[in-house]
Design a protein. Structure first.
Length: 300
């Protein structure tokens, strides 16, 4: 959702280049930013890219840009149909010769569920490990704290979602509506959500989605334990509100998605492929030390 905030001194400077660098034994890394951010912000995705490249010399890092400019990339995180974004990313990955042997993926906030859609829909080139940093895999039911600096825009988004999240016009043109999950209107969600309900198998079973997701070596989900932006925070671990109300939450293992194993998550869990990590801090707040010791091992 929001631009990354780190608990270490921010890096200054220009957007980092995406050149291949020297040969490396590490798999390439693809990263996707969150709402209101862009591919190469030196305080967020540029910072992450720098951390990875510092610790894994020679690794190729592709920070996804949706659009022809950084401003367009940021605007598209609010207004470009997610299904179209996923198609564009799949085309980018398929055309990149450095990814054809497989790659790791790391998505921040909404970029986490978007990269999961890539894993489910586009198995070539193969995604090896998926790291979701604050991704909302069961969607959201509110934005308690406005992300970024565009408070007027976020206020408008809140009002629009409350009033008309499942209308066709809003679903087609407002990104956050496409993962809006109203536990008081489950039938509307299942019927009209054009993105999240599809990738979460709410309208039927797409065996290809299941097969492709289960091909991951690891699916890592990071939850921010003091999150004030995501509602409910347990969505970052694939849990959600118990249907019909918006107070009590249930973990992934108690959801019908898991019990019916519609995505293969139960089987992945039993095989040790699901990793649930918690980190102290608000949404996308973490230290360099935590990143180095906890996340980098999945990339090496």
């Amino acid at each position: 959702m929001a631009a990354l905030r780190v608990a270490v001194p921010a890096l200054l400077g220009l957007c980092l280049g995406l050149g291949p660098g020297p040969a490396s034994a590490a798999a390439p890394l693809v990263i996707w930013h969150g709402m209101g951010d862009s591919c190469c912000n030196p305080l967020s995705m540029g910072y992450v890219q720098k951390l990875v490249q510092k610790n894994i010399p020679g690794i190729y890092v592709l920070s996804l840009k949706i659009g022809n400019s950084l401003m367009q990339d940021m605007e598209n995180s609010f207004f470009l149909n997610v299904n179209q974004q996923v198609r564009e990313v799949c085309s980018q990955l398929a055309a990149d010769p450095r990814l054809q042997g497989g790659y790791n993926a790391m998505g921040f906030s909404q970029g986490g569920q978007f990269l999961r859609a890539v894993a489910q829909r586009c198995p070539s080139p193969p995604m090896l490990n998926l790291i979701s940093v604050g991704g909302q895999h069961q969607g959201v039911y509110g934005f308690p704290r406005c992300p970024g600096e565009s408070s007027h825009l976020c206020d408008w988004i809140r009002k629009t979602l409350d009033l008309a999240a499942y209308t066709q016009a809003v679903q087609e043109h407002l990104v956050q509506a496409e993962y809006w999950h109203d536990p008081l209107k489950e039938e509307d969600y299942r019927k009209y959500s054009i993105f999240l309900a599809d990738i979460n198998q709410e309208r039927g079973i797409n065996e290809t989605y299941k097969k492709n997701l289960m091909a991951l070596k690891k699916f890592v989900m990071v939850k921010f334990l003091n999150d004030t932006m995501v509602d409910p925070p347990i969505s970052e671990w694939f849990g959600f509100y118990k249907s019909g109300q918006a107070k009590e939450t249930v973990p992934l293992q108690e959801t019908s998605l898991y019990k019916e194993d519609r995505l293969g998550l139960q089987e992945m869990d039993k095989a040790g492929k699901l990793v649930f990590l918690g980190v102290e801090g608000d949404h996308l707040h973490f230290s360099e030390e935590w990143f180095d010791t906890t996340i980098l091992p999945f990339l090496q």
